[in-house]
Design a protein around this ligand. Structure first.
Ligand SMILES: Nc1nc2c(ncn2[C@@H]2O[C@H](COP(=O)(O)OP(=O)(O)OP(=O)(O)O)[C@@H](O)[C@H]2O)c(=O)[nH]1
Ligand SMILES: C[S@@+](CC[C@H](N)C(=O)[O-])C[C@H]1O[C@@H](n2cnc3c(N)ncnc32)[C@H](O)[C@@H]1O
Ligand code: SF4
Ligand code: SF4
Length: 322
């Protein structure tokens, strides 16, 4: 079992396979980042898998593949298969913008992927294009349907932004409700890579908008998910990811590995250590020791809602995988 320096059990590894992306979401990477990690600095799938194996052996029970846009990296289904074949009862999932799912969904399901979380910020062509800075909506909707048709369990992520998509939060929920997908609204997290004008809605503001149409109550959190869940009177469950709440980090069970082998203890903080050399020299004991050291130094919480005001993170979401 893996326990961090604050006594929290850590059983969830998020692995970013690339920082590149085919979208430029305003809240994540509005301009093309000026220096992508060169391809030769990326860990191969075999090396990423070696670390996933170490983590599973040490107590990780949930692995999420993310990015950048993970489907941009060729052969992702091979990586999925390596993990699924190693331990079939791992909660293995993917977070994607869905654009490349029409072709990839069935291959991923065949390789052993169980579920998928997709980003859907708007159901309006122009608004979706404004957020992603590309005409994406039709293909995204096809991708989500392809995932569902391939038997993957789908959840939808939506980042509400003031003056951009806040007028359609209920409509997006109704779409998800009809399709049977749980939706989670994510509070925008301040960071230095987002568009300067980006402004998110907090949980209370999101709830007030939903309450204009639906009554709902707060319910228990589901397993190790970061989402606080709420239930409508007809039983439909939606979630809000509320990192600005004081107790959000109290139940943190997550650690992140980047595509170049940097192990990041927290989405928010700078401190991180590389497992690249240990993995590439097959020094498994050293990789396990780095994992434990990073966990021992995992910070207690973020400072997005510090007393002195929101503190902005220099961490890029496209690099850490969100
Ligand atoms: N601050 C913070 N935000 C997080 C954390 N984990 C997830 N999030 C936010 O929630 C977003 C959605 O997460 P997903 O990639 O869908 O994964 P998940 O919510 O853990 O997935 P489930 O297991 O299906 O609940 C992330 O991209 C982040 O924006 C966390 O540890 N800290
Ligand atoms: C970094 S993306 C990577 C996976 C994939 N490209 C996608 O968009 O689903 C993972 C998640 O991070 C979320 N995200 C990115 N920037 C964010 C921000 N500033 N605040 C809150 N969530 C953010 C996205 O909405 C998405 O759900
Ligand atoms: S949120 Fe995902 S899709 Fe949007 S720019 Fe970031 S990595 Fe790309
Ligand atoms: S901000 Fe850091 S400590 Fe808090 S939940 Fe996210 S990863 Fe965990």
């Amino acid at each position: 079992m893996l326990i961090d320096g604050h006594g929290r059990k850590v059983d969830y590894l998020r692995v970013s396979v690339t920082e590149r992306c085919n979208f430029r979401c305003q809240y994540c990477m509005p301009e093309k980042p000026f220096s992508w990690v060169p391809r030769e600095n990326l860990l191969s799938y075999e090396d990423l898998f070696k670390f996933v194996k170490v983590s599973i052996d040490e107590g990780i029970r949930k692995v999420r593949i993310t990015g950048g846009e993970p489907l941009l990296r060729e052969g992702l289904e091979n990586f999925v298969k390596m993990i699924a074949d190693y331990k079939s009862d791992i909660d293995l999932a993917l977070t994607t913008n869905a654009y490349l799912l029409p072709k990839a969904a069935q291959k991923l399901a065949d390789a052993g992927l169980k579920r998928i979380n997709v980003s859907l910020d708007s159901l309006n062509d122009e608004v979706a294009a404004k957020i992603a800075q590309k005409d994406v909506l039709k293909t995204v909707l096809k991708g989500i349907q392809a995932a569902s048709d391939a038997g993957l369990k789908v959840k939808v992520n939506c980042v509400p932004m003031k003056g951009i998509n806040d007028g359609e939060l209920v409509e997006i929920m109704d779409f998800c409700k009809e399709k049977g997908y749980p939706i989670r609204y994510i509070e925008y997290m301040e960071n230095q890579h987002a568009k300067d004008t980006a402004m998110g809605l907090n949980s209370e503001e999101i709830q007030a908008i939903i309450r204009e149409k639906y009554n709902f109550k707060m319910i228990e959190r589901e397993g190790s998910s970061p989402s606080q869940n709420y239930q409508l009177e007809d039983g439909y469950v939606f979630g809000i990811i509320e990192p600005h709440k004081d107790d959000f980090c109290a139940t943190c069970n997550r650690i992140r590995l980047t595509a170049s082998g940097v192990l990041i203890p927290c989405l928010y903080f700078e401190d991180a250590q590389s497992i690249k050399e240990a993995i590439q020299s097959n020094d498994i004991d050293k990789a396990a020791a780095i994992l434990k050291d990073v966990l021992a130094n995992k910070p207690e919480k973020n400072k997005w809602a510090d007393e002195e005001g929101n503190e902005t993170s220099s961490r890029a979401f496209y690099e850490t995988g969100g």
